[in-house]
Design a binder for this molecule. Structure first.
Ligand code: NAD
Length: 486
């Protein structure tokens, strides 16, 4: 499949950009028209309530395509421009953006439509061919995504679909692709990075998170409780950017906790097929067992459960709020990939920032405060890729914002101009406008030449205006150099 993609890619990139933009427009139309089918499949395969599938995955993909239709021409455009350097004043410069060639894209199951599209669409739009491996837990969404791309006009060999588990992912990462975009767990991402390092090809890694949320004393506590409950428990808590560690200022800790408990106790668990369900089941029973062991480890170390939503069936891990969680508990040191939330009391904003940063992860974060300017300043001190103020999760769904992490949460960025730029290599081109005129600094050295070069540096860089004017005759002699015809 990689070989077929390689053979097809030159034809794809040679098409006028307008053809690829037309593919994006058609894809946008198809996703909009078939949104109910996409949402139903997400419900069937991930147990995601249809409203959630529409408001997160489908909405993001539609917005992202709109963004790309404007952003790709802006990135690809490569006009000639001049240099600020005096020595290069005869030159014209240009930076072109060229596709890598064949890109391997390995996706997870938790937001299988949105996360696949957020990598595939920019890669295709910039002229790459793609070999796409969806998660083995969401093969039908993978298949539908692939079919929508074909229906939108992407040639079959330009977008390959390969189904299978981690072994197939590892095979793709080791195949002769030119770049790999991987989204998934830290452990799998590390092995992808090692496979890419062996062949010296780049990779983009979007990995796990243990995001902090900071609730400041001046926050609207009812809003924060409602928003953070949604952020943590939406998609049954299986979001990389869910707020997993909540740091709440002492002055409002009790009031916030009581508001949060009130929200959590009213959540309705059940099957995503029921429109009235807030949180469905985690995707596999073995993942529920991991959550149970993380919760029990925290309790064994002294944590307390202060709220759980009613569990409607045995498959559901009920949304659960933990307090008094010691820092060395697995619920804080590991990623909790399900509806388990830890609420931690802190003295003030400084302690919240210090504790938020005391993690191997650094994906995103949120700050809740009525003083948005102060929250913005605090955001700069957080070690992570994105920060939402008075909202959650959105940073991974805002097409203009680069999404990605620091530390173990990943390398590189998806989305935004930065994510788009990761789909292309730059090439710098410098051309001389005076095509039969030697450069002043080429061979034919002498003491006089050395003085002229020095005069050139004075003209270009001295702050002394008189010295700069005095340097001009020598500079002209260097530029014309009649006595040294080498
Ligand atoms: P996962 O690592 O188990 O699987 C992700 C994908 O990688 C799947 O397609 C899988 O088949 C494949 N894979 C597994 N082992 C591989 C290997 N050795 N080489 C190549 N491919 C391999 O992750 P998951 O359980 O599907 O997803 C959940 C994880 O993904 C969580 O940690 C979550 O935080 C993270 N995630 C991160 C982001 C982000 O944007 N940063 C988004 C969604 C999910």
């Amino acid at each position: 499949m990689v070989a077929a993609a390689r053979a097809a890619q030159p034809g794809w990139v040679a098409l006028p950009l307008g053809v690829r933009l037309q593919m994006l427009r058609r894809f946008h139309e198809l996703v909009y028209l078939r949104r109910a089918e996409i949402a139903d499949l997400l419900t069937r395969e991930v147990d995601k309530p249809a409203a959630e599938a529409l408001s997160t995955e489908v909405a993001f993909v539609l917005d992202q395509v709109r963004f790309l239709i404007k952003a790709v021409p802006r990135l690809i455009r490569s006009p000639w421009f001049g240099s600020a350097s005096l020595g290069l004043s005869r030159k014209r410069l240009r930076i072109t953006h060229e596709p890598y060639g064949v890109v391997g894209i390995i996706s997870p199951w938790n937001y299988p439509f949105m996360l696949a599209c957020s990598r595939i669409l920019p890669a295709l739009a910039t002229g790459n061919a793609v070999v796409f491996k969806p998660s083995e837990l969401t093969p039908s969404i993978g298949e539908l995504t692939h079919q929508l791309l074909l229906d939108a006009g992407v040639p079959g060999d330009v977008i390959g679909l390969v189904q299978g588990d981690g072994h197939v992912g590892a095979t793709l990462a080791a195949a002769p692709v030119d770049k790999v975009f991987f989204t998934g767990s830290v452990a799998s991402g590390r092995s992808v990075a090692m496979a890419c390092a062996t062949r010296l090809v780049p990779c983009g890694l979007e990995l796990g998170g243990s995001d902090a949320a900071i609730v400041l004393a001046d926050a609207d506590l009812a809003l924060a409780a409602s928003g953070l409950a949604w952020g943590r428990f939406t998609n049954a808590g299986q979001s990389c950017v869910a707020p997993k560690r909540l740091f709440v200022e002492d002055a409002v800790y009790d009031a916030f906790l009581s508001a949060l408990v009130g929200v959590v106790q009213k959540l309705r668990t059940g099957s995503g097929t029921d429109d009235a369900t807030d949180a469905g089941a985690v995707i596999r029973p073995e993942f529920r067992a991991v959550l149970e062991s993380q919760r029990d480890d925290a309790i064994a170390r002294g944590a307390r459960v202060v709220a759980t939503a009613p569990a409607s069936n045995a498959n559901v891990f009920p949304p659960t709020v933990l307090v008094d969680v010691p820092s060395d508990s697995r619920a804080l040191t590991e990623e909790t990939f399900g509806p388990l939330m830890a609420v931690i009391r802190v003295r003030d904003a400084d302690e919240a920032i210090t504790r938020a940063n005391a993690s191997d992860f650094g994906l995103s974060a949120s700050i809740w405060s009525r003083d948005v300017l102060r929250a913005g300043r605090l955001a700069e001190r957080l070690e992570c890729g994105t920060v939402a103020i008075n909202d959650v999760l959105l940073t991974a769904g805002t097409p203009e914002l680069p999404h990605g992490g620091v530390k173990h949460s990943g390398i590189g960025r998806a989305q935004g101009m930065e994510g788009l730029a990761e789909c292309v290599r730059t090439k710098g081109i410098i051309a001389d406008r005076l095509s039969s005129w030697r450069q002043g600094w080429w061979f034919g050295y002498s003491r006089a030449h050395r003085e002229r070069v020095d005069a050139f540096l004075t003209l270009a860089h001295s702050t002394n205006v008189v010295a700069r004017i005095a340097a001009i005759p020598n500079v002209l002699r260097m530029l014309f150099r009649p006595e040294r015809p080498l």
